[in-house]
Design a protein around this ligand. Structure first.
Ligand code: ZN
Length: 515
């Protein structure tokens, strides 16, 4: 049935008996409140309840017996021992006495949403007048040219655990829920809880691909609403026209001042941890000062008159000649341990790279609310934010992180030529997921060659992989060796590029693996 057969409420004065006033997609807000309704309890024998201790004990007896017999707490009549205690005002209760026990219920409201992500659980809400015994049929249709489904067909969602295009719901069903204190507010509404994803795997793949590739990273949807009382045509209902060009459409972006409903891909909660910068000035590894031989015109090391090698001492990275950088084993004779410059520490490098990853992920459509990064509040890349690694892990647990990316660079003071990048994955918890992430994340990394043994299993029992860390996908990235001048040069001059490449690998992994 074409939907343009529906007439908006016309200006002629006729009595409107059945009307859809509004429709929207919303999220539920719940608040526990003391109900205006009480539960009547009759004492079956005498009880003393003079002291606080006696009152508490009596409340426990009542709570336990009524819960056991399913008169309380199993039939949407919820209460607490505290609430029972609060009404035990007498010193003695005799057989046959009664008390009114306060009940705790949910006060519910809904907030309109302008967008949501694939897999989100949301409510399709239709408000009506004069349709108490009716039913609503709602479709989420795509409004713009790019299509999830063919034009004029609803997208698939899950409703009552079925794969549906048409969301059918009885008006007033929600108001039968006794656990809701303000249930009567919804007697004219149809409220359907749906999951914004098709149940069918093939469709799901298509939707995910579409949302990933869509120009503005979302599908623009509108709601098509039909409502009737049984046996009648839905066209007998009037649809409040103010929300769209066509009367029974809401979120109709073709109408003036109305925005589409945006369906976006599911984005995970990601924690980016720039290694180091902890409480105690932890700077990690760093670039060293080097002593090196000097190359003569003949290409050989220069010697003084006595025949001793001429050594240039304590040379900074920026002052090292290219021939030294290209062949550190031949030309470098010694190092000075420790950082000589704040500019060239692992703490500073990981800060730069982590921020570059953050910016790239935002560009790729990862929601800001789902991206977490430590040391973001710092303006100085050499500062510590006072959060230990343990605190960072606890934070990730608290926000239910899906990904934890720990950024590091290596150091080797013994062998200056030690080189290569690698990732590490968990050996105890979620090993499989962690390994897959560790393999995928460096897929586009080109700044430093990746070691053939990467990804490596954590054999050192690193803190970030300890079992109390609940994040399923954890990896530690070693971007290369800052103690190797050749790699240090590349690392410190390419933090933006590194961020881009790591973000690309992570984003691709998310698109393929995160469901
Ligand atoms: Zn480190």
């Amino acid at each position: 049935m074409p939907d343009n057969t529906i007439k908006p409420r016309n200006k002629v004065k006729i009595k409107i008996t059945k009307e859809i006033t509004t429709a929207f997609i919303g999220k539920i807000n719940e608040e526990k409140v003391v109900s205006s309704k009480t539960y009547k309890y009759t004492f079956s024998k005498d009880y003393k309840s003079k002291t606080d201790k006696e009152k508490k004990a009596l409340a426990k007896i009542i709570f336990t017996s009524e819960t056991k017999s399913k008169k309380l707490n199993k039939t949407d009549k919820h209460t607490t021992k505290k609430k029972i205690t609060s009404v035990l005002t007498k010193d003695l209760y005799k057989k046959g006495d009664t008390i009114q026990i306060p009940l705790i219920k949910r006060k519910v409201s809904f907030t309109k949403l302008d967008e949501a992500e694939l897999y989100d659980e949301v409510y399709v809400i239709v408000q009506s007048k004069g349709l108490e015994s009716g039913e609503t049929i709602v479709e989420l249709r795509q409004g713009d040219k790019e299509e999830l489904e063919l034009e004029g067909v609803g997208i698939y969602v899950q409703h009552n655990n079925s794969n549906v295009k048409e969301i059918k719901e009885k008006i007033g069903n929600f108001s039968k829920d006794e656990s809701i204190e303000n249930k009567d507010d919804f007697k004219d509404w149809s409220i359907a809880k749906i999951k914004l994803a098709p149940k069918n795997e093939t469709k799901l793949k298509l939707y995910r691909k579409f949302l990933k590739d869509a120009t503005d990273k979302k599908a623009n949807l509108y709601l098509l609403v039909k409502a009737n009382v049984s046996g009648e045509s839905f066209t007998n209902t009037f649809y409040n026209e103010v929300h769209g060009k066509i009367a029974n459409r809401w979120y109709d972006g073709d109408a003036d001042g109305v925005e589409w409903f945006g369906l976006k891909k599911k984005t995970p909660v990601i924690v980016i941890d720039p290694g180091h910068g902890y409480t105690k000035g932890s700077a990690g590894s760093s670039v060293r000062l080097y002593n090196h031989k000097i190359k003569g015109k003949d290409g050989k090391p220069e010697k003084d008159k006595k025949g001793n090698l001429i050594i240039k001492k304590s040379v900074k990275l920026d002052d090292l000649p290219q021939y030294v950088i290209d062949d550190v084993e031949t030309w470098i004779t010694g190092i000075k341990k420790g950082a000589y410059s704040n500019k060239y520490t692992e703490r500073a490098l990981t800060y730069d790279v982590a921020h570059a990853i953050y910016d790239e992920l935002i560009k790729k459509g990862i929601l800001k609310e789902k991206l977490h990064i430590f040391r973001k509040d710092l303006n100085d890349r050499n500062e510590n934010n006072g959060k230990t690694l343990n605190e960072r892990i606890k934070y990730a647990n608290k926000i239910n992180a899906d990904y934890y990316i720990s950024i590091h660079a290596d150091g080797d003071d013994v062998k200056i030529s030690t080189s290569g990048a690698h990732t590490i994955y968990a050996s105890i918890n979620h090993t499989k997921l962690s390994k897959k992430l560790a393999s995928d994340i460096l897929k586009y990394y080109s700044v430093i060659p990746i070691l053939t043994e990467s990804p490596k299993k954590d054999i050192r029992n690193l803190a970030v992989f300890k079992p109390y860390h609940k994040t399923k996908r954890v990896t530690l990235i070693e971007m290369g060796y800052v103690t190797n001048p050749k790699e240090a040069k590349k690392l410190f001059s390419n933090s933006k590029k590194i961020g881009k490449e790591i973000a690309r690998g992570l984003d691709e992994h998310i698109n393929n693996e995160y469901k």
